[in-house]
Design a protein around this ligand. Structure first.
Ligand SMILES: Cc1ncc(COP(=O)(O)O)c(C=O)c1O
Length: 387
């Protein structure tokens, strides 16, 4: 059976060119980057080259990039690291209701440690309202953490404006850019960000590696103590092969970005236009200000899980809500934050495109999806809720 992967927001395959770049670092170039001998130097040079590639993709200085194990760790390090390093100045942090759990759960944990968190609401498209942000900033606010692009509905936040407000008020600004880096232009200077999280496996790099950008001069302390790697901010022997792959993935993403944005936006809009022909369907998120690869729908009278299982039997990989939380029965916090009722949020479907997807594949989805929706509606236990 043909298999069509439309869950690129969950993860992506490792690009063959990335794998090729990584392979020598598992065997013949296996040195520990901290060692003084030639094996160590070889590993260290590879890490520094990768650091340059990552910095170049986001217009940062190489010295401002710190390697981590991925997006989750980068978010933990950014928020806890800034919170603890600046707690003498204040204990108030601002975030939004639609962040990934790798931000929300960090904030909830910090509340237990005596920090106060403001969770900003969003409008019907998922946008942060700038006046609400400005009003929420207080004298004791030390950090604002707002994601660049949402992982469920693809909404791209007005990051430059948010950054300007934070700069004006003298508050550090962190953004979770796990879904945006490599897919749309990211420039830490233009965006006025102080800290930015990146993950490799969302951009055709390997899993288990990521980075945190920390602007020079930002007061931050480590949350992982050890041998002092990454200038003492993130101890632990570096994942050399992973870092090399991550660097290559960033280089390729930058090189191919323009072409992919054009191609995927066209496919996405074709998909959206045709899926919305299905009765009682709606698009979640903004029609234009969304990631080029993201489409998120709600279908009344059915349940997202059943839809995903049915699509899977036809070879189509999709998701409902965030992949990381889709095992939970709770409706997606993002969809409820944009105003959907819990039973409406249950009927959601996220399709996220990647560079290998073709029009032929999308045509197959457009053919199969209406049949599945119709069949599920026939047996829907939810029907009464809308009638
Ligand atoms: C917006 C966002 N932040 C953070 C993460 C976590 O990244 P990682 O899987 O690299 O830990 C994800 C992954 O789904 C994400 O979409």
């Amino acid at each position: 059976m043909r298999r069509i992967y439309l869950d690129h927001a969950a993860t992506t395959p490792v690009d063959k060119r990335v794998l090729k770049a990584m392979l020598p670092y598992f065997s013949e170039k296996f040195g520990n980057a901290s060692s003084l001998h030639s094996f160590g130097r070889e590993a260290n040079e590879a890490i520094e080259k990768a650091r340059e590639k990552i910095a170049s993709l986001i217009n940062a200085q190489k010295e401002e990039i710190y390697f981590t194990s991925g997006g989750t760790e980068s978010n933990n390090l950014a928020i806890k690291g800034v919170a603890f390093a600046n707690r003498e100045r204040g204990k108030h942090i601002i975030t939004s209701k639609i962040e990934h759990h790798a931000v929300l759960n960090v904030c909830e944990w910090l509340e237990k440690q005596g920090f106060e968190i403001t969770y900003l609401p969003v409008d019907k498209y998922g946008f942060i309202e700038l006046d609400k942000l400005e009003k929420a900033i207080r004298k004791d606010t030390i950090l604002v953490s707002i994601m660049h692009a949402n992982n469920e509905i693809g909404t791209i936040e007005p990051i430059e404006e948010i950054g300007k407000i934070c700069r004006k008020k003298g508050v550090y600004f962190h953004t979770d850019a796990v879904q945006s880096v490599g897919k749309i232009p990211v420039d830490v200077e233009k965006m006025n960000v102080d800290l930015l999280s990146i993950s490799s496996h969302k951009i055709y790099g390997p899993k288990g590696v990521g980075a945190l950008y920390v602007r020079d001069g930002v007061k931050i302390e480590t949350i992982q103590h050890g041998g002092g790697h990454e200038k003492g901010l993130r101890s632990g022997t570096e994942n050399v092969a992973g870092i090399v792959g991550f660097g290559e993935a960033c280089y390729l993403a930058g090189k191919e970005m323009k072409r992919e944005i054009l191609k995927q936006t066209k496919l996405r809009d074709y998909l959206i236009k045709n899926v919305l022909k299905i009765k009682y369907s709606r698009l979640n998120g903004h029609p234009i200000k969304r990631l080029p690869n993201n489409a998120n729908f709600c279908f009344k009278f059915i349940e997202g899980e059943s839809l995903v299982f049915q699509l899977d039997t036809r070879g189509i990989a999709a998701s409902t809500g965030s992949a990381c939380s889709s095992k939970s029965l709770e409706p997606s916090h993002v969809l409820t934050a944009i105003g959907l009722k819990p039973h409406e949020a249950h009927g959601s479907l996220r399709l996220t495109l990647g560079k290998e997807n073709t029009k032929k594949e999308i045509d197959y989805v457009i053919k199969v999806l209406p049949e599945i929706v119709e069949n599920l509606r026939k047996i829907s236990p939810f029907k009464g809720k809308w009638e």
